[in-house]
Design a protein around this ligand. Structure first.
Ligand SMILES: [Cu+2]
Length: 116
């Protein structure tokens, strides 16, 4: 019985979260790093809408660099690294791994697609 009430509360607060999205609670996009790719390698965002990238690694430390947003961080295994951006213009912006992680490192990149 107690469990049911708890579940109802959870759903209630989740619905509240959705309502707040329209205001300024960041949307979230999960991106997983592994040798030698980001999954997904395309992330969508909207102009003026905050987006939190939730970065995780499956194997080793990778880097995450997105020069157009002046962002760089490590992505450490077994840890979530969260970065919030608010794009100010539409376009395609590259992100890539900037920690040498092996033979395919140079190919390890992705694109943030910002729509108006
Ligand atoms: Cu790398």
């Amino acid at each position: 019985m107690k469990r049911r009430i708890f579940t109802a509360l959870l759903i209630g607060s989740a619905a509240g979260g959705v309502a707040r999205l329209a205001a300024d609670t960041p949307n979230e996009a999960s991106v997983t790093a592994s040798k030698f790719e980001f999954t997904p390698d395309t992330v969508k965002a909207r102009v003026g809408q905050p987006l939190t990238l939730v970065l995780t690694s499956l194997d080793r430390i990778h880097g995450f660099k997105m020069p157009d947003f002046a962002i760089r961080t490590d992505i450490v295994p077994d840890r979530e690294t969260r970065v919030t951006i608010t794009p100010q213009k539409a376009g395609s912006f590259v992100f890539f791994c900037d920690i040498f992680c092996g033979d395919g490192h140079e190919e390890m990149s992705g694109t943030l697609v910002v729509e108006a």
